[in-house]
Design a protein around this ligand. Sequence first.
Ligand code: MN
Length: 131
Amino acid sequence: MSDAPLILYVEDNPDNRLLVYRVLRAEGFNVETVPDGPSGLEFVENHIPDLILMDINLPKIDGYTMTARLKQRQELVNVPIIALTANVMKGDREKTIAAGCDGYIQKPINVDRLGDQIRAFLSNRPQKKAR
Ligand code: MN
Protein backbone atom coordinates (compact mmCIF):
# COMPACT_ATOMS: atom_id res chain seq x y z
CA MET A 1 0.00 0.00 0.00
CA SER A 2 1.12 3.56 -0.61
CA ASP A 3 1.34 6.00 2.27
CA ALA A 4 -1.98 7.52 1.15
CA PRO A 5 -4.71 7.53 3.81
CA LEU A 6 -6.34 4.17 4.45
CA ILE A 7 -10.13 4.15 4.33
CA LEU A 8 -12.08 1.22 5.79
CA TYR A 9 -15.59 0.82 4.41
CA VAL A 10 -18.06 -1.46 6.21
CA GLU A 11 -20.93 -2.21 3.81
CA ASP A 12 -23.04 -5.28 3.08
CA ASN A 13 -24.10 -4.22 -0.42
CA PRO A 14 -21.51 -5.47 -2.93
CA ASP A 15 -22.41 -2.85 -5.56
CA ASN A 16 -21.79 -0.05 -3.05
CA ARG A 17 -18.54 -1.68 -1.92
CA LEU A 18 -17.27 -1.84 -5.50
CA LEU A 19 -18.41 1.70 -6.35
CA VAL A 20 -16.80 3.28 -3.31
CA TYR A 21 -13.66 1.19 -3.75
CA ARG A 22 -13.26 2.35 -7.35
CA VAL A 23 -14.03 5.99 -6.65
CA LEU A 24 -11.70 6.27 -3.66
CA ARG A 25 -8.87 4.35 -5.33
CA ALA A 26 -9.17 6.72 -8.30
CA GLU A 27 -8.93 9.61 -5.80
CA GLY A 28 -5.65 8.17 -4.53
CA PHE A 29 -6.77 6.56 -1.26
CA ASN A 30 -6.00 3.10 0.00
CA VAL A 31 -9.29 1.30 0.54
CA GLU A 32 -10.32 -1.83 2.39
CA THR A 33 -13.94 -2.97 2.20
CA VAL A 34 -15.59 -5.50 4.50
CA PRO A 35 -19.15 -6.88 4.30
CA ASP A 36 -20.13 -6.87 7.96
CA GLY A 37 -19.26 -5.77 11.47
CA PRO A 38 -17.33 -8.83 12.60
CA SER A 39 -15.05 -8.51 9.55
CA GLY A 40 -14.51 -4.85 10.39
CA LEU A 41 -13.64 -5.65 14.00
CA GLU A 42 -11.19 -8.28 12.76
CA PHE A 43 -9.58 -5.80 10.36
CA VAL A 44 -8.91 -3.21 13.07
CA GLU A 45 -7.14 -5.85 15.15
CA ASN A 46 -4.25 -5.52 12.67
CA HIS A 47 -4.68 -2.11 10.98
CA ILE A 48 -5.52 1.40 12.06
CA PRO A 49 -7.46 3.10 9.26
CA ASP A 50 -7.26 6.86 8.82
CA LEU A 51 -11.04 7.02 8.42
CA ILE A 52 -13.92 4.56 8.59
CA LEU A 53 -17.01 4.74 6.39
CA MET A 54 -19.87 2.96 8.15
CA ASP A 55 -23.06 1.67 6.58
CA ILE A 56 -25.84 1.69 9.18
CA ASN A 57 -28.12 -1.13 8.01
CA LEU A 58 -25.77 -4.08 8.34
CA PRO A 59 -26.31 -7.75 9.12
CA LYS A 60 -25.09 -9.21 12.43
CA ILE A 61 -24.10 -5.90 14.05
CA ASP A 62 -25.71 -2.62 12.94
CA GLY A 63 -23.64 0.44 12.18
CA TYR A 64 -24.61 2.26 15.37
CA THR A 65 -23.41 -0.63 17.52
CA MET A 66 -20.29 -1.02 15.39
CA THR A 67 -19.42 2.65 15.81
CA ALA A 68 -19.87 2.47 19.58
CA ARG A 69 -17.65 -0.62 19.76
CA LEU A 70 -14.93 0.86 17.57
CA LYS A 71 -14.90 4.10 19.56
CA GLN A 72 -14.25 2.08 22.74
CA ARG A 73 -10.86 1.12 21.32
CA GLN A 74 -8.17 3.52 22.50
CA GLU A 75 -6.27 3.38 19.20
CA LEU A 76 -9.39 4.37 17.25
CA VAL A 77 -10.61 7.22 19.43
CA ASN A 78 -9.33 9.83 16.98
CA VAL A 79 -10.23 7.95 13.79
CA PRO A 80 -13.24 9.63 12.17
CA ILE A 81 -16.18 7.30 11.66
CA ILE A 82 -18.52 8.60 8.99
CA ALA A 83 -21.99 7.11 8.63
CA LEU A 84 -22.85 6.38 5.01
CA THR A 85 -26.51 5.61 4.87
CA ALA A 86 -29.78 6.03 3.05
CA ASN A 87 -31.59 6.51 6.37
CA VAL A 88 -33.09 9.94 5.99
CA MET A 89 -35.86 9.77 8.55
CA LYS A 90 -35.96 12.69 10.93
CA GLY A 91 -33.64 11.89 13.79
CA ASP A 92 -31.36 9.51 11.90
CA ARG A 93 -28.55 12.02 11.72
CA GLU A 94 -28.87 12.59 15.46
CA LYS A 95 -28.75 8.83 16.05
CA THR A 96 -25.50 8.50 14.13
CA ILE A 97 -23.96 11.32 16.18
CA ALA A 98 -25.25 9.81 19.43
CA ALA A 99 -23.63 6.51 18.48
CA GLY A 100 -20.30 8.31 18.15
CA CYS A 101 -20.11 8.95 14.42
CA ASP A 102 -18.09 12.02 13.51
CA GLY A 103 -20.09 12.82 10.40
CA TYR A 104 -22.66 11.69 7.93
CA ILE A 105 -22.73 11.14 4.17
CA GLN A 106 -26.12 10.51 2.64
CA LYS A 107 -26.76 7.81 0.05
CA PRO A 108 -27.05 7.66 -2.87
CA ILE A 109 -23.33 8.31 -3.05
CA ASN A 110 -22.36 11.30 -5.17
CA VAL A 111 -19.26 9.96 -6.92
CA ASP A 112 -18.16 13.46 -7.96
CA ARG A 113 -18.18 14.68 -4.37
CA LEU A 114 -17.09 11.65 -2.34
CA GLY A 115 -13.35 12.33 -2.54
CA ASP A 116 -13.77 15.93 -1.39
CA GLN A 117 -16.10 14.83 1.41
CA ILE A 118 -13.52 12.33 2.66
CA ARG A 119 -10.70 14.87 2.43
CA ALA A 120 -12.74 17.38 4.41
CA PHE A 121 -13.36 14.87 7.19
CA LEU A 122 -9.68 13.89 7.23
CA SER A 123 -8.51 17.49 7.50
CA ASN A 124 -10.91 18.17 10.39
CA ARG A 125 -9.94 15.15 12.45
CA PRO A 126 -8.47 15.66 15.88
CA GLN A 127 -4.70 15.40 16.17
CA LYS A 128 -3.63 11.91 17.06
CA LYS A 129 -1.81 11.56 20.33
CA ALA A 130 1.87 10.72 20.07
CA ARG A 131 2.49 7.06 20.71
MN1 MN B 1 -26.56 -2.03 4.27
